[in-house]
Design a protein around this ligand. Structure first.
Ligand SMILES: NC(=O)c1ccc[n+]([C@@H]2O[C@H](COP(=O)([O-])OP(=O)(O)OC[C@H]3O[C@@H](n4cnc5c(N)ncnc54)[C@H](O)[C@@H]3O)[C@@H](O)[C@H]2O)c1
Length: 525
């Protein structure tokens, strides 16, 4: 969507107008809240008692963002661990970037100096008693989420691990079962579950103002071609190489390059779908009522990097295994969908997802297309709403200010209507204020709630992105990878989503490919 700044402002005002109206009672409370936004929005409170004693495992790019965002009133960081000396140092010194200011600046030198440093996760977990450790936050490469989370839970620690939950669904199931066996909390960092912007958008979608949603278009496009670069391919610092050469095998990496460039290899990463797509499929499925998809198909390829003789992209020999462009299509059940019913099985909503490396003309986000309106979630920071034009109603499109009327025939569902003035109403201003001055992406709130649940011994189902929820995101991402790998349309099985059923896509899909090497496996039915 190419919009002028004025149209974007109108779209944001429209969103606030709609939220201010449809969620008015809640919004009034949120705007006046003194407990912090997350607490108000996500139903927890200030922490009573001591902050939870936490160890951070993995202080790379994301670990440092989490350190930056961690809430000291809820979380007391007592230890950090990283294999790479340069990243351990960065955790304290920061890297000159506002979002990674470093612990010295965040907590002050006196407190930061009390934080114990470890050169690997094993030593940190082993020191749990001496550290009085209660929980760990894990931000390491994907292939190590499950092994480290399992070790931590086995040692009696609660776990918040970064997304994607794990490298396979078998691992996800083991993690969920371990958490239950040890009575530990297991949370996964899909931060949109803790974003006030997304929460308001979800509530709005639920009121039905967008009408019937038949299509969601999600994408995360980047341009690494011009000049040729790749934010996922990093140089290996001399200091890390000297400290780690020949010593990373026991932590699950072939060599230091694989530890640092883990996103490029199948053994350690999950490609664009796991890294970027999983967040957005998470959002799309929430908009559709947290339903599981019916099927997925797609195309993915290594179609840019390393192709000889076609342009600047052949400048380096490229050994990546992951695709550099992916296009997938998910079929989700509509509100009346019923599998097997010839009529009701036609009620589907399609979600397309793409991620490429060669054009970024559109900022990343999700576009929700309803029969009555369009909602654009842009870069996790803005929500933009427009009414559909025509069909007997006046006004609509990106230049139209909106308000909301609460009558639509017998249903009484709110509908969008045109608004003549240019200024937002008082309700819209309150809605805007209730989301805070700076839109939080949800990291802080996810850590606050995790600690709150630990201190209050809450059931793990209280966590908004607990193991079962996060496993569904992993199933979508990893099954999409299988659909692209085998060039097939894959139907999702209910058993995959059941943590206590051993069926998993990575095994079932391979069995189907072996059984039907060429044809469609619709034959199975
Ligand atoms: N939620 C989000 O928006 C978001 C954004 C980016 C990354 N992530 C996730 O965060 C995780 C980390 O990504 P990143 O960009 O920080 O990667 P990174 O490579 O920058 O950092 C990973 C760090 O983990 C360390 N590490 C690996 N194994 C270890 C072990 N056994 N013990 C201690 N330290 C170990 C590495 O040395 C490295 O410093 C990934 O799972 C990624 O998907 C999430």
């Amino acid at each position: 969507m190419k919009l002028t700044p004025e149209q974007i402002q109108i779209g944001k005002d429209n969103f606030h107008e709609a939220v201010g109206y449809t969620r008015r009672d809640f919004i009034k409370g949120a705007a006046a809240a003194t407990t912090g936004l997350g607490a108000m929005y996500f139903g927890y409170e200030k922490l009573e008692g001591e902050p939870v004693r936490v160890g951070f495992i993995g202080t790379g790019d994301e670990g440092n963002i989490l350190l930056n965002e961690h809430p000291p009133e809820y979380m007391n960081i007592v230890a950090v661990a990283d294999l790479r000396p340069t990243n351990l140092e960065r955790a304290f010194q920061g890297d000159g970037n506002d979002v990674r200011m470093g612990l010295f600046q965040k907590l002050g030198e006196e407190k930061a100096k009390t934080i114990k440093q470890f050169s690997n996760h094993k030593d940190l977990i082993e020191a749990k008693d001496e550290l009085g450790l209660e929980a760990v936050v894990i931000a390491v490469p994907l292939s190590q989420h499950a092994p480290i989370a399992m070790e931590a839970m086995e040692a009696g620690l609660h776990v918040l691990t970064e997304k994607l939950m794990a490298h396979s669904i078998t691992e996800c199931k083991k993690m969920i079962r371990k958490a239950a066996e040890k009575n530990r909390l297991l949370a996964v960092g899909h931060q949109r579950h803790y974003s006030v912007l997304y929460d308001n958008a979800n509530e709005l979608v639920k009121t039905g103002v967008l009408g019937d949603i038949k299509y969601i278009r999600a994408q995360w496009h980047r341009n690494n071609s011009f000049p040729l670069s790749d934010s996922w391919r990093k140089s290996v610092p001399k200091e890390d190489m000297e400290a780690l050469k020949g010593k990373v095998n026991e932590y699950g990496y072939e060599d230091v390059d694989q530890l640092i460039n883990w996103r490029l290899f199948n053994e350690t990463g999950g490609g664009l779908m796991a890294e970027l797509g999983s967040h957005q499929m998470d959002a799309a499925s929430i908009f559709l009522g947290k339903v599981h998809p019916v099927a997925v198909s797609g195309f993915g390829g290594k179609n840019f990097y390393g192709i000889k003789g076609i342009g600047p992209q052949d400048k380096w020999d490229d050994d990546r295994e992951i695709d550099d462009q992916i296009y997938v299509t998910f079929e989700f059940p509509g509100k009346t969908y019923e599998k097997g019913d010839p009529e009701k099985s036609r009620d589907k909503c399609v979600v397309t997802y793409s991620s490429i490396n060669t054009n970024k003309s559109e900022p990343y986000g999700e576009l929700v297309y309803g029969t009555r309106g369009t909602l654009w979630m842009k870069t996790e920071k803005e929500a933009i709403l427009y009414k559909e034009e025509g069909r007997g109603s006046t006004g609509g499109g990106p230049d139209q200010r909106l308000w909301v009327v609460n009558t639509e025939g017998a249903s009484g569902a709110p509908v969008l209507d045109a608004y003549e003035t240019t200024a937002p109403s008082a309700a819209a201003t309150t809605a805007s204020a209730s989301m805070g001055e700076k839109i939080s992406r949800g990291y802080r709130e996810e850590m606050e709630h995790f600690c709150y649940c630990i201190r209050n011994e809450s059931p793990l189902t209280d966590l908004r992105c607990n193991g079962v929820v996060a496993m569904a995101d992993a199933i979508m991402a990893l099954t999409a990878n299988l659909a692209m790998k085998y060039n097939r349309r894959i139907e999702f099985k209910d058993e995959w989503f059941d943590p206590y059923n051993d069926a998993v896509p990575e095994e079932d899909v391979v069995k189907l490919v072996e059984k039907f090497p060429q044809g469609s496996w619709d034959d199975l039915a």
